[in-house]
Design a protein around this ligand. Structure first.
Ligand SMILES: Nc1ncnc2c1ncn2[C@@H]1O[C@H](COP(=O)(O)OP(=O)(O)OP(=O)(O)O)[C@@H](O)[C@H]1O
Ligand SMILES: [Mg+2]
Ligand SMILES: [Zn+2]
Length: 479
């Protein structure tokens, strides 16, 4: 028998086999069982999340010979034909190649005929956003007064390109990527079914690489099986994806914890000389740091870092993720990454908020006096470091870096955050986010910077960099 790709072979045949999309599945099942099916739907979401798959299951639900049901039998002729894509009342139209008004006119004529075999004719218009304006207008007329027994499903990866007039006449479902664990379980099910050996960590890598796409994860799995000669190993997956070996990543993370800058630089040099893509490496390191931060803030400890490292990690994350962005615009990003590593020298100069607090400098923590009941729970949960971490995640690393250095004071009715004058705007832009995470309204104040001290400090840093890279200054940028 010809080889069938996993993504096809394991296309869900009923709602129960769908992973993720809980809201979509639940709403559709209810609508079917309560006989409240809408005549027009928009299925929006990125590639390979199940838009076509669910369209077909819905078609089966409406046309199964056993009756309208959210659990179509999957055995009758209609169900089987729908699975194969040969059911005469299911029209799968690719709007990318049938985007003109004539195509829609043909469709408009078609809707007046009764179904051939089933109860409903279902039109699945794929990539619906590709339709021309005239085609949309023609479609609108049909959507306004649809003859009964016609269902339209507009599938699109770009919802914003569907005109409002169309959207307001359809029920819209947004398809979201399933969780990492859901995708992992899905891949495991395939592997167990196929009797293929695998390493757990290899699956982890595949899921990460597929970035939430279910089809992509299955296709990558296909390749990994071939590449690993019938076994899914970490080594094979790393090679397939061009990833840096986990051992190297772990080693780097250890050196990061020890702040062993020399060794970290060495690792980058070695990878570079071995021909690895350093931007892939840097991305992996950033992912690793992100994972550690999330773990720690959830109260777990990662393999290498623990709760005490959170301040450092936030700083590292800010510096490293900035380098990740900057690296994209350089033909040789190595220098950018190595500079980021060098910046870690200054970690020890950062004063921790905990220290500040212990020294008696007012930092808002749990000491809030307020009788109001509902505020109470918010207050009890409040923890400055966690708040900063969350704010950083939502508002960007720069904001958390600023907050870490800011003087944070609590008054009767507000939180006053004092930062260098030139940084106030950056915080002010994100005031909504700050207000969300602080227990009282936030006020931002600027203070003058003592010019001489600052210049001196920067010179030290610059000198070290110049020395290490045997470089020279070509331009100055005012902060
Ligand atoms: N939610 C899901 N649950 C289980 N498998 C899925 C899911 N989504 C996608 N798949 C797998 O991926 C394959 C492709 O899915 P489908 O064709 O439904 O995606 P799509 O959203 O229509 O993508 P596109 O935008 O590229 O048309 C399916 O055959 C199936 O194997
Ligand atoms: Mg599709
Ligand atoms: Zn059936």
């Amino acid at each position: 028998m010809a080889y069938e790709a996993f993504a096809r072979k394991y296309r869900p045949k009923n709602f129960e086999q769908i992973i993720g999309q809980e809201a979509v599945v639940k709403t559709l099942k209810n609508a079917i069982d309560m006989d409240r099916i809408s005549h027009a739907y928009i299925f929006a979401g990125s590639r390979g999340l199940g838009k076509t798959t669910i369209s077909r299951i819905l078609t089966k639900s409406l046309n199964c010979e056993k009756g309208i049901t959210s659990r179509p039998c999957g055995q009758c002729e209609n169900c089987l034909e729908i699975d194969k894509g040969s059911f005469p009342d299911m029209y799968e139209i690719d709007a990318a190649s049938n985007r003109g008004i004539d195509d829609i006119r043909a469709l408009r004529d078609n809707v007046n005929y009764a179904p051939i075999k089933g109860r409903y004719k279902v039109y699945i218009i794929d990539e619906a956003h590709m339709l021309t304006r005239e085609a949309f207008n023609a479609l609108l007329k049909t959507l306004e007064e649809p003859p009964p027994h016609n269902i339209f499903i507009l599938a699109t990866t770009e919802l914003h390109k569907i005109p409002d007039t169309i959207r307001s006449r359809c029920q819209t479902f947004i398809f979201k990527p399933p969780t990492i664990n859901q995708i992992k379980e899905y891949l495991k099910r395939i592997l167990e079914n196929e009797n293929i050996e695998y390493e757990e960590e290899a699956l982890e890598l595949l899921v990460q690489a597929s970035e939430g796409g279910v089809r992509d994860s299955a296709s990558l799995l296909d390749q990994a099986v071939t590449f690993g000669k019938g076994k899914v190993t970490v080594k094979a997956v790393e090679e397939l994806l061009g990833l840096i070996p986990v051992t190297v990543i772990n080693n780097f993370m250890k050196k990061l914890k020890e702040k062993d800058i020399k060794e970290m630089i060495k690792i980058t040099e070695k990878l570079d000389s071995e021909g690895y893509d350093l931007s892939v490496f840097w991305k992996q390191i950033n992912d690793e740091i992100h994972r550690s931060l999330v773990k720690i803030s959830l109260g777990e400890s990662s393999e290498i870092f623990s709760k005490e490292d959170i301040q450092d990690l936030i700083y590292i994350q800010t510096v490293f993720s900035k380098a990740l962005l900057e690296g994209r615009t350089f033909s040789n990003p190595k220098n950018v990454y190595q500079l980021a590593i060098l910046k870690l020298r200054y970690i020890k100069n950062l004063v921790s908020l905990k220290e500040l607090y212990e020294k008696g400098i007012p930092v808002s923590t749990g000491s809030i006096k307020e009788p109001k009941e509902e505020k109470q729970s918010k207050k009890e949960e409040f923890d400055l470091q966690t708040a900063i971490l969350r704010i950083g995640r939502e508002a960007g690393g720069i904001v958390s870096a600023i907050l870490k250095k800011a003087a944070i004071k609590e008054t009767e009715d507000q939180i006053v955050i004092t930062v260098e004058k030139n940084l106030t705007d950056t915080l002010q832009e994100k005031i909504d986010i700050l207000n969300k995470y602080f227990p009282k309204p936030v006020k931002i104040e600027g203070k003058e910077v003592k010019q001489e001290r600052k210049t001196k400090k920067r010179d030290e840093a610059v000198d070290k960099v110049l020395e290490l890279f045997k470089g020279k200054i070509i331009s100055y940028k005012e902060e």
